[in-house]
Design a protein around this ligand. Structure first.
Ligand SMILES: Nc1ncnc2c1ncn2[C@@H]1O[C@H](COP(=O)(O)OP(=O)(O)O)[C@@H](O)[C@H]1O
Ligand SMILES: [Mg+2]
Length: 376
């Protein structure tokens, strides 16, 4: 992606060949990335892939080994942390325990002699829905509320970029889901650039306008949540974002309908839209998401036969494991929308549409990104 300086937004964050090595180990490989001003951006990847190191370089807490950081036209690569207009919210709230909530939020503004400190702090508390609680001590608030205070304290500074490093990691699942929606609302309301680091793919997809999926110090793929999910470009992304069934296949050259590529997998000819097939590759993994597979013939032109080996009902959906003649199982997820359910041992047809598949270069490990730990 190239942009001229005219097209470039005035406050975009730009990383150019940003690199961090610790001794002989490179935690962040040369990274080029533009985060548009005012966007909600997620850095997503498994533990240890370099997310925090990237954030720490942007915050000025870690000196890059090479490369540069700009916000708009201003280079901040060597600027001291406290002189950057960048704030960070961590998983631990790091509030001053002896101060009231309001004093915590006002602290930075008052130190800089801002005469409007009190009004701005009260506004920030209102934004995070803690109005009326400014007189309390942090210890009198729940974890979720303390996290809101930390957020308000960062927001009052109106940073060019707000960095959030796994900020919801300490909250239980229900509260985390609530806060995801809240954070998104707050970001839309204030219009600041948020960079949210998480290892939780669902969290990244729920909240972000764009996601950079990181693996071993590199960005594997960058895009909006739907594109990353529907058209992953590597097995890592296909497995890390949701679940994928990957079938070994060979491209059949020049045989498809208009806009369609034909691939042959386990003696079946299967259609994939051309745009979802990498150029110049013959051996591929054909990927299909579990919810795109239909039990029965109604899902599309692609058909395979298998036997139901496991049925697990989870309320909104049922997951089936379907044994295929070549010894692998495919995962099928069907919404519980009242249509007939299949029984254990039943022979079924699986069908899907050409636009619901994607092909990936078969030289990659089919297991990449699967089974990575789902908690830090
Ligand atoms: N100060 C440091 N010294 C040596 N290695 C480090 C240091 N900080 C981070 N690392 C290593 O860099 C890699 C990336 O770490 P980090 O950025 O914290 O990952 P993430 O936030 O994605 O979990 C890890 O292998 C980690 O052990
Ligand atoms: Mg981290």
């Amino acid at each position: 992606m190239t942009q001229t300086s005219v097209e470039r937004g005035r406050g975009d964050l730009r990383l150019a060949s940003l690199t961090k090595s610790f001794g002989s180990f490179t935690a962040v490989e040369p990274m080029d990335l533009t985060v548009p001003q005012g966007s909600f951006f997620a850095l997503l990847g498994p533990s240890g892939c370099g997310k925090t190191t990237t954030l720490r370089m942007i915050a000025g807490l870690e000196a890059p080994t090479a490369g540069s950081i700009h916000i708009g036209d201003q280079e901040i690569t060597a600027t001291k942390a406290h002189q950057r207009n960048v704030n960070t919210v961590f998983q631990s709230y790091a509030l001053f325990p002896h101060m009231t909530v309001l004093d915590n939020v006002m602290f930075g503004l008052k130190r800089r002699g801002d005469k409007d400190a009190r009004r701005k702090a009260l506004e920030a508390l209102e934004l995070v829905q803690l109005e009326g609680l400014g007189g309390r001590k942090p210890s009198q608030l729940s974890g979720g509320m303390q996290q809101r205070v930390a957020l308000a304290r960062a927001l009052v500074n109106r940073p060019d970029v707000l960095l959030l490093d796994e900020p919801l990691g300490a909250l239980d699942l229900k509260l985390r889901r609530q806060m995801q929606i809240e954070l998104k609302r707050i970001q839309q309301e204030v219009g600041l650039t948020f960079i949210h680091v998480t290892h939780d793919q669902e969290e990244a997809m729920t909240m972000a306008d764009s996601i950079a999926v990181m693996n071993e110090g590199r960005i594997e793929q960058l895009g909006d949540p739907a594109t990353l999910y529907e058209q992953p470009e590597s097995t890592f992304v296909a497995n890390f974002l949701g679940q994928s069934n990957l079938l070994r296949a060979k491209v059949v050259p020049g045989s498809g309908r208009e806009g369609i590529t034909l691939v042959r997998s386990h003696d079946a000819d299967l259609e994939v839209v051309e745009d979802h097939v990498p150029q110049g590759v013959t051996d591929v993994w054909l990927g299909v998401r579990p919810e795109k597979l239909r039990l029965g013939e109604s899902g599309g032109p692609n058909r395979l036969r298998g036997t139901i080996r496991d049925v697990s009902f989870s309320g909104v959906a049922t997951q089936y494991m379907v044994a295929m003649p070549w010894g692998r199982e495919l995962t099928v997820v069907q919404q519980n929308d009242g249509s007939a359910r299949a029984a254990l041992g039943e022979q079924v047809t699986l069908s899907w549409a050409a636009e619901h598949g994607f092909a990936l270069d078969a030289s990659q490990d089919a297991e990449a990104g699967a089974m990575v730990e789902d908690d830090v």
